[in-house]
Ligand binder design. Structure first.
Ligand SMILES: Cc1cc2nc3c(=O)[nH]c(=O)nc-3n(C[C@H](O)[C@H](O)[C@H](O)COP(=O)(O)OP(=O)(O)OC[C@H]3O[C@@H](n4cnc5c(N)ncnc54)[C@H](O)[C@@H]3O)c2cc1C
Length: 435
């Protein structure tokens, strides 16, 4: 791996997501050797993946090179590697590029798509956790529109113009809203052979409301926004199967579609090797104490989506969103330095800054401690917060100008099929397998 052993304690971080980036940025100036590993050479800003899928942004606006974070420090190193397993007895990790000894190990591997054991969905559906997967969805949407123009089979045309999304959490809501905007503003101009009324966007949700993690008020408002945009919402509807062409559910609803996007849940993405008691099996997340130490280990920590910290306020652990990951990353950096310097550890306390979701242009909902609101102001706040948390000045600038351009022109600049998906599904298997 070409990592020199120095006399500084070595902190190895697996995963350069929100949690991994937060801790590495805090440790960079400290007297430890920090090694961060990720299977990608970039950080992904997952909340905006849906804009890549729907041609609103190019991927380089929401991805940030890992080496740009580490390049100014000799004590902080990045290696692009897949971590395969942990050998805690030897304080060693095994990776795709060799083994590495650690003094302190931080697992920040996040989560992966949860299919709840449904093999037909895993085989035939699309999902969106990474940039390549978002690009696959973008290509598929655009390729299906192209095919709809030329097919003379009316049943196939209908299926090509039916877009089915499952899971009305923030991802499903944001994606269906953005596809509806494609239908309302792009399709009429770019595809004069398609009557936009032929295009249908179906959002299926197993529970009785959209945005179940948010307040009833926001959920109702988001439901209204989606309907205004023309999204057909099917509540209390569980998907049973998708065979690549037909979706069947637990109700009478059955839909023919060539675009089936699964956004119905995530589960932890642990690394093999730790003892069974380290895991909360049902959640597939590591059980951690208030200092993010994994159950049974003093020098192995977990932060972000992969960590399950049960507290009085959060008996089922913190929500799997960006803020707990960022806050835990920053906090653990302080605690690791406390250990190194022989000081007392400080327990983590999560500060909930609120929840938000956007449905489209001028439409968003925000839940804060003091209440909920929706509409233009919420949308403005949503944009500001997302720009603020995007990593890198260039990314912020490019995204801001893209949004400005989209806003004035009702346009989405990135509607390019750079890398076709259809016919190449097997070659794209790697992108799909990394769930
Ligand atoms: C589509 C989508 C939309 C979202 N929208 C929002 C939102 O609007 N607001 C919000 O707060 N949250 C949102 N979230 C959730 C939020 O992105 C996550 O909670 C957050 O990314 C968790 O951060 P993390 O650092 O724990 O994991 P991640 O950000 O997932 O990072 C994990 C990293 O670990 C790497 N990795 C994993 N396993 C290995 C391995 N074995 N070897 C090497 N590297 C590995 C991955 O490549 C990845 O870079 C969204 C998530 C998705 C998927």
């Amino acid at each position: 791996m070409n990592i020199p052993r120095t006399n500084l304690p070595r902190v190895v971080i697996i995963g350069g997501g929100f949690a991994g980036m937060a801790i590495v940025r805090k440790l960079i100036g400290e007297d430890v050797q920090t090694v961060i590993l990720d299977r990608h050479n970039y950080h992904t800003f997952q909340p905006l993946l849906y804009q890549v899928s729907t041609s609103g942004l190019e991927p380089d606006s929401i991805a940030y090179p890992m080496r740009k974070i580490t390049r100014n420090s000799k004590k902080c190193l990045f290696r692009m590697a897949e971590v395969k397993s942990i050998n805690a007895e030897k304080s060693l990790i095994e990776t795709s590029i060799g083994d590495l000894i650690y003094d302190y190990l931080v697992i920040a591997t996040g989560s992966k798509t949860n299919f709840f054991g449904n093999k037909s969905i895993e085989k035939n559906g699309m999902w969106m956790k990474t940039v390549p997967q978002a690009l696959n969805i973008r290509s598929l949407i655009l390729e299906n529109l192209e095919q709809a123009v030329i097919t003379d089979d009316p049943e196939l045309r209908k299926a090509l113009l039916n877009f089915v999304l499952v899971g009305a959490g923030p991802t499903g809501v944001e994606l269906s809203g953005a596809i509806a905007e494609l239908k309302n503003h792009i399709v009429p101009n770019d595809y004069p052979d398609i009557n936009p009324n032929e295009m249908n966007i179906h959002l299926l949700e197993g529970l009785d409301r959209v945005l179940p993690p948010m307040s009833e008020k926001s959920s109702k408002r988001a439901h209204e926004f989606l309907e205004e945009l023309g999204v057909k919402i099917h509540l209390n509807t569980m998907v049973e199967e998708y065979d690549g062409h037909l979706v069947t559910t637990n109700t009478d609803l059955a839909l023919k579609t060539e675009t089936f996007i699964w956004a119905a849940g995530v589960t932890g993405a642990p690394v093999k090797g730790l003892n069974a008691e380290a895991m909360v099996e049902k959640a597939n997340r590591y059980e951690v104490n208030a200092f993010n130490q994994i159950n049974g280990y003093d020098n192995i920590f977990a932060i972000g989506d992969i960590a399950l910290m049960q507290t009085e306020d959060y008996p089922k652990g913190h929500p799997m969103v960006a803020q707990p990951a960022i806050q835990q990353g920053k906090h653990l950096a302080r605690n690791i330095m406390n250990i190194v310097e022989g000081k007392k550890l400080e327990p983590f306390k999560y500060k909930d800054k609120g929840t938000m979701a956007t449905v489209g242009r001028n439409r968003a909902v925000v839940d804060l401690d003091k209440g909920s609101f929706g509409g233009f102001f919420a949308w403005f706040i949503w944009m500001f917060v997302h720009l603020w948390f995007l990593i890198g000045f260039r990314n912020r600038l490019v995204t801001f100008f893209n949004w400005l351009y989209n806003y004035w022109n009702y346009d989405k600049a990135a509607r390019l099929i750079i890398r076709p998906f259809k016919g190449y599904e097997n070659q794209m298997k790697v992108d799909k397998e990394e769930i």
